[in-house]
Ligand binder design. Structure first.
Ligand SMILES: Nc1nc2c(ncn2[C@@H]2O[C@H](COP(=O)(O)OP(=O)(O)OP(=O)(O)O)[C@@H](O)[C@H]2O)c(=O)[nH]1
Ligand SMILES: [Mg+2]
Length: 423
């Protein structure tokens, strides 16, 4: 089975804790603060690897956790940062945030990297909190927690050439004749339910990947038939072979088929519609095809399309068709990719928080910054507590709670912490 979707969870390393310590020197009763900073937690990074072409490995390993930074030490020794965790993925992998379905990045090249979870910053040691007012702070920060994400990975097929057309026109039959692939072939529609790839060998050292794509019908761009899924699969092919059943034995007109399919392409993605496309007039072994061929060929030529008569049943014309596809492939000029940025995290508004009241009467404060602050504060330390309170006021949480009618003794919850409100 060709797996092209995977769900994984990634957790970046947390920063190391900052140290609180003081220098000890001979004859100096109390030296200056000397606690070092914690090291940076490791990022989780996805990296393109040309040796991979499926996401199959993620069936066995779905959880990834990067290392934490080391804690700061006394004598101003900073903790060591942890090395990033690299996860290899095949080029062509699209990364989405499961929660929002937003695209976080797109790996198109081997070696390209996207940070999917940022490691936490190391907590600052007490040496960093010296100022004109406080020359001997005891306060040190805890490390910032690493980011955690659930990701959806999606691999678009990296076929060079795609076979497209109505159901039962003979796409799978063609693939089975020109490659070693063994797609299912049958007289009913939608025999092929997911794309099948085969390697077509033109000459020594010259080959390309051909994809047999499930049949498209009118409305495919809106998901009719097997729809969208397959249009998605052909997005990255460079050349399209549009297969027509010129025998018309199913009662449809091949020229009409041609327009309907192209219309679907256009509605789905204009770029796909403009891609190099050649017409394969299939089932030429049937007498009806011979009758229809001239009319179809004249039409296509007049409209500026190349047309090749073939029979997937006898093999007639297939070699010429594949050679032409290979030539077009060689002539293909890479379209500039419209990737927004390798990394497109939504910038989260700073300092934003929300307050809700729960059934038990507690006020719950949520927000990235405030939750981080809670995770990084040692509440046992009086200075730490004071600093927390100052930031708490500066963010406006205090004022907002009062506006919501908080009373002395009411419970406030932030992340894992719970405390009583005291004005
Ligand atoms: N006579 C004749 N029959 C053909 C030819 N090519 C395909 N067929 C027949 O047409 C039917 C459909 O062929 P498939 O290759 O499964 O068609 P498909 O386009 O892959 O169809 P879907 O997977 O349903 O989209 C089968 O019964 C084939 O044997 C041909 O060149 N000549
Ligand atoms: Mg098929």
């Amino acid at each position: 089975m060709f797996i092209d979707r995977a769900k994984i969870t990634v957790k970046a390393g947390s920063g190391g804790n900052g140290m609180s310590s003081f220098r000890r020197e001979k004859y100096v009763p109390r030296g200056g603060p000397s606690g070092g900073d914690g090291g940076r937690g490791a990022n989780v990074v996805l990296i393109g690897d040309a040796n991979l072409n499926t996401l199959i490995d993620f069936r066995y390993k779905r959880q990834f956790k990067a290392n934490n930074g080391a804690n700061g030490q006394s004598s101003n020794m900073h903790g060591r940062g942890a090395e990033d965790l690299l996860i290899k993925v095949p080029p062509g992998t699209i990364i989405r945030d499961e929660a929002t379905n937003q695209i976080l990045g797109d790996i198109t090249e081997p070696g390209q990297m996207v940070i999917v979870a940022k490691g936490g910053r190391g907590g600052r040691g007490n040496a960093r909190f010296v100022n004109s007012v406080n020359r001997a702070p005891t306060f040190a920060e805890l490390g910032e927690p690493g980011e955690e994400q659930t990701l959806l990975l999606e691999l678009k097929l990296l076929a060079d050439v795609g076979l497209l057309g109505y159901p039962s026109v003979g796409k799978s039959s063609i693939l089975s004749m020109v490659s070693a692939a063994k797609p299912e072939i049958a007289a009913y529609h939608f025999t092929t339910l997911s794309p099948v790839l085969g390697v077509v060998s033109i000459a020594e050292g010259r080959n390309f990947v051909l994809a047999d794509i499930p049949g498209l019908i009118e409305g495919a761009h809106e998901g009719v038939g097997l729809g969208h899924d397959f249009l998605r699969h052909i997005e990255r092919t460079k050349v399209l072979i549009h297969v027509l059943d010129v025998s018309g034995i199913e009662g449809r007109d091949p020229i009409e088929d041609f327009h309907k399919i192209n219309n679907e392409l256009k509605l789905y993605n204009e770029k796909l519609f403009k891609r190099a496309q050649i017409v394969a007039a299939n089932k030429m072994d049937l007498p009806e095809a011979k009758e229809n061929y001239q009319r179809v060929a004249d039409y296509m030529k007049a409209a500026g399309h190349e047309i090749y008569p073939i029979s997937a049943a006898t093999g007639e014309g297939l070699q010429v068709l594949m050679q032409r596809a290979s030539q077009l492939l060689d002539a293909y000029v890479e379209e500039p990719e419209e990737i927004e940025e390798a990394k497109v995290y939504e910038a989260k508004p700073e300092d934003e928080f929300s307050i809700t009241r729960e059934d038990d009467g507690a006020f719950v404060v949520r927000g990235d910054n405030i939750e981080k602050l809670v995770a990084m504060t040692r509440f046992g330390d009086e200075e730490g507590l004071r600093r927390f309170q100052a930031i708490w006021r500066k963010l406006g949480i205090d004022a907002e709670l009062r506006a919501r009618g908080i009373q002395e003794g009411d419970t406030v919850r932030i992340g894992d912490m719970e405390f009583e409100f005291r004005p």
